[in-house]
Design a protein around this ligand. Structure first.
Ligand code: SF4
Length: 458
């Protein structure tokens, strides 16, 4: 029954932390006026302890507490391939990664860290499995954070050595209790049966119990050493198990949580699995740093991680927010090619969070583009372009892309000069009546009947 006791102790630790922050009600009250609430807009984030990562050169920032949710990824190449590793890390940093993790399976990898760390733009995490010495070597090399796996580094003396080294240098440790590696395999079945009762009726109750129990056992080692610079992760390939595991852990422990769906698969399906799990948790205020795991270019992990945070209002968007119609039987331009090109060009050329809409027709286009700063809607191989509701051009299909880019750039310049504001409507686009002779909208476009000036009009 030691697991039962441990579960209770974990919950008590979380309650004690919250009590130290005030009672539940006042905590909520404070959070509503805190930076957390400002950053998250509608989402009230769970309050956790804060750990710090970084150094004087790359800068220091927090994970948890009132810090913004950090985006992580991991290198795909060999760490001991120093130049390639540095280039890979900095490419992710340029794409928006706040933290990058590297694998250090061999001595030559931790040795390489000494040359890598001074050349990168963001804090690095050493991903340590099986060999606790790799953690000690990484700390010695100046690593900013260590990740340990309780499933393969469990010897108390070894863990203590890592804790002591990290404590001395003020380096946080992530405890990663991934579903696939939480416990010695020979023991797994028996432990699962013993512990399953704690989450009876749950789809993966035994696994959930194993993850929580293993975590509590491991945390005991850290607590005995007085070490609190802890981040926790509990990843699974199953989105629902991820949601449940992190939710249970959030109730029990006051530490920041590193969210992830592990081995989410190819981007095509991994996107959905990840967005469901991470989106649900973050929307519920759970999660302090995220890592997406796709079997594809890891730049996608960074971009999609940021997009999840943008969607939830947990980050201020950088660059264009692109809205596009899915097309239907009314489409009269090659919209998919147009959208692809618009996305590619705007991604490179626009830095402000301008909302751009690319719509296929005048039937729903104006309504759907409402609120966009720059919009185009097409018909009969032409496109009419609007800037904050004001029509600025009516061009043939081949001129839509260059003209749209030109309008976006000019609008960005105006915003930068203080002559326009993002999200402001100067005039309102009134959608045309879809009944009658509208059809593709060609006549309406040509006759300029699509828009009606209602505010500040000419
Ligand atoms: S904007 Fe027009 S073409 Fe695009 S989906 Fe809507 S109705 Fe169809």
């Amino acid at each position: 029954m030691s697991e039962r006791r441990n579960f209770r102790n974990g919950t008590q630790a979380a309650i004690a932390f919250m009590a130290s922050e005030g009672n539940g009600e006042s905590r909520v009250g404070r959070a509503q006026t805190s930076t957390l609430a400002t950053l998250a807009q509608m989402i009230e984030r769970r309050r956790t302890r804060k750990v710090m990562v970084g150094d004087d050169r790359v800068g220091r920032f927090g994970i948890g507490g009132d810090a913004r949710v950090a985006v992580q990824t991991m290198t795909a190449g060999y760490t001991h391939d120093i130049d390639a590793c540095v280039a890979e890390i900095n490419r992710y940093a340029d794409a928006g990664a706040d933290i990058v993790r590297v694998a250090v399976p061999e001595r030559k990898d931790t040795e390489a860290l000494k040359q890598i760390i001074p050349q990168v733009k963001v804090p690095l995490v050493a991903d340590v499995h099986f060999h606790f010495q790799r953690a000690l070597e990484a700390v010695e090399a100046g690593i900013h954070k260590i990740r340990l796996n309780p499933g393969n580094i469990s010897d108390r003396d070894q863990v203590n050595k890592v804790i002591d080294a990290c404590k001395e240098r003020g380096i946080p440790i992530r405890i990663g209790v991934n579903e696939g590696s939480i416990i010695e395999r020979k023991d797994k079945q028996r432990r699962a049966e013993e512990l399953g009762m704690y989450f009876e009726g749950h789809k993966s109750g035994h696994l959930l119990a194993l993850m929580v129990a293993k975590l509590e056992e491991y945390l005991d080692i850290f607590h005995a050493r007085g070490f609190e610079d802890i981040v926790i992760s509990a990843k699974s390939m199953d989105a629902q198990l991820c949601i449940d595991a992190y939710t249970e852990i959030a109730k029990r422990f006051p530490y920041p949580l590193h969210l992830g769906v592990t081995h989410a698969g190819p981007k095509s399906t991994g996107t959905i699995r990840t967005a469901v799990a991470l989106g649900t948790l973050l929307a519920n205020g759970i999660g302090d740093t995220i890592r997406i795991s796709y079997a594809s270019d890891h730049i996608d992990e960074v971009k999609d991680g940021l997009e999840i945070l943008y969607c939830l209002g947990l980050r201020t968007r950088k660059g264009v927010e692109l809205i596009a119609c899915p097309t239907c039987g009314r489409i009269q331009v090659d919209l998919f090619s147009l959208v692809k090109e618009v996305e590619r060009k705007l991604d490179k050329e626009i830095t402000l969070p301008i909302k751009v809409a690319v719509m296929g027709c005048v039937v729903n286009g104006p309504g759907e583009a409402e609120g966009a700063d720059v919009a185009v809607f097409a018909g009969d191989r032409r496109g009419i372009i609007y800037v904050q509701g004001q029509r600025v051009a009516n061009v043939p299909e081949e001129e839509i892309l260059p003209r749209l880019l030109q309008e976006c750039k000019e609008f960005e310049a105006k915003v930068n000069r203080g002559e326009a504001k993002l999200g402001e409507k100067i005039v309102e686009i009134v959608p045309p009546d879809p009944i009658g002779e509208l059809g593709s909208g060609v006549d309406r476009i040509r006759k300029g009947l699509v828009e009606k000036v209602t505010v500040g009009g000419q």
